[in-house]
Write a protein that binds this ligand. Structure first.
Ligand code: GLA
Length: 421
């Protein structure tokens, strides 16, 4: 365990061997980290992070057996080969702080300790994620990191943690930008590259201030496994797939490599229909959201596995251009999203939001597509593309109108490739 003793958000009495925090010494003998900002780890999340998180299915029922089995399943299911990397423990892993204030893991849930668990996850070629909170307590009432940021960052680094989801419960009177910056600096100072996932639910518009702080920021409250519902918990609500989608309006300009709009962990395999799961996954891919599975991947159906491992859809999400899809047609029933990809390719998604099958004819030549934010455009009269449906494999080209029959709550997603003249 490290020797750092931290007694307030900003005061540090000693630093573990070999590590230094630039700091100001105050007359009263406290040491405050210098305001010269550290940087976040720039090499992380160059494309949206992919992995799994325990919360949506297991809530507080987390233990080392679950995490080990999930790591095994990530490899055995083909998810690791498809790009999933992070195995993330959400809330409720914590024990008490020890006499020096160091955070410990719950000894009953994690008897072998976090370091051994990280070693196991790493031995599978995967990475381990953990969860904390910027306030006094986590959302489930476990110790938060307020006043222990540098100390906790060192502990995570010593354990071999690779990812931190940092929540926003119990933060009354705390400045969000400052709080997330302190933890960013603490992680950077601890020295181990740890992806920093901001979970502040969009309450303080993190897209406006967090691009040099975190690698992603939640844009909304929690997801719920339904198509278009609001699930009211009393003082807060969680949201279905379309509700979260609609809250992304205006945010695409803020996202890019290393700093993504996070639409929350996925609910694929958690009770929605196959069409809804396919639509949910495809939309998260198009909007460059982190792809963090939230189902029990040890026991998933083949249908769920196939959705989560669709490599063509994942490739759209992970494309090196890193440009989030734009919505360019919205009839209220059907919405069409377009995403520029590297090499002059594009992904298109046709979403049927309604309760009935819709038939549409999309005549490409009537459309001149312009992305005023990132400066991409297509004049379909001039440029011709061939395309492939990323779920059925069907092929076509933009010289003929596209006739689609899209079942309720479903999508069609295609990838366009420029034709050589
Ligand atoms: C908040 C977060 C969730 C989850 C829970 C854990 O609600 O938004 O994603 O981490 O806390 O308590």
């Amino acid at each position: 365990m490290n020797n750092l003793i931290q007694v307030s958000p900003y005061s540090i009495f000693s630093i573990s061997a070999g590590r230094k925090v630039r700091c100001f010494l105050l007359a009263i003998g406290l040491c405050i980290p210098s305001l010269a900002t550290a940087e976040k780890f720039k090499e992380l999340a160059v494309s949206p992070q992919m992995g799994w998180n325990s919360w949506n299915t297991f809530a507080c029922n987390v233990d080392e057996k679950l995490i080990r089995e999930t790591a095994d399943a990530m490899v055995a299911s083909g998810m690791a080969a498809a790009g999933y990397q992070y195995v993330n423990i959400d809330d409720c892993w914590h024990g008490e702080r020890d006499a020096r204030g160091n955070i410990t893991a719950d000894k009953e849930k994690f008897p072998s300790g976090m370091k051994a668990l990280a070693d196991y996850v790493h031995s599978k070629g995967l990475k381990l994620g953990i969860y904390s909170d910027a306030g006094t307590k986590t959302c489930a009432g476990y110790p938060g990191s307020l006043g222990h940021e540098y100390q906790d960052a060192l502990t995570y680094a010593e354990w071999g943690v690779d990812y931190l989801k940092y929540d926003w419960c119990n933060t009354e009177d705390i400045n969000p930008k400052g709080a997330y910056r302190v933890m960013r600096d603490a992680l950077k100072t601890a020295g181990r590259p740890i992806l920093f996932s901001i979970c502040e639910w969009g309450d303080n518009q993190p897209w406006e201030w967090a691009s040099d702080i975190g690698h992603s920021w939640r844009t909304t409250g929690d997801i719920y496994p339904c198509w278009n519902c609001e699930f009211n918990h009393g003082s807060w609500s969680s949201w279905g797939v379309l509700r979260i989608l609609d809250k992304q309006e205006g945010l695409r300009k803020y996202a890019g490599p290393g700093h993504w709009n996070d639409m929350d962990m996925m609910e694929v395999g958690n009770g929605m229909s196959e069409a809804e799961d396919r639509a949910h996954f495809s939309l998260w891919a198009m909007l460059n959201s982190p792809l963090i599975a939230g189902n029990d991947i040890r026991n998933m159906s083949e249908t769920t596995r196939k959705i989560l491992t669709n490599r063509d859809v994942i490739a759209v999400n992970q494309d090196s251009l890193g440009v989030q899809a734009m919505k360019f047609i919205d009839t209220g029933i059907v919405q069409i999203f377009a995403k520029p990809l590297s090499g002059g390719e594009w992904a298109f998604l046709f979403l049927n939001r309604s309760e009935d099958t819709v038939k549409i004819t999309h005549d490409w030549e009537f459309h001149h597509l312009k992305d005023d934010i990132f400066n991409y455009s297509i004049d379909f009269k001039q440029q011709k593309f061939s395309y492939r449906d990323l779920w059925t494999g069907k092929k076509g080209d933009t010289q003929k109108p596209l006739n689609l029959s899209i079942p309720r709550h479903d999508i069609v997603m295609i990838r366009l490739q420029p034709k050589k003249n």
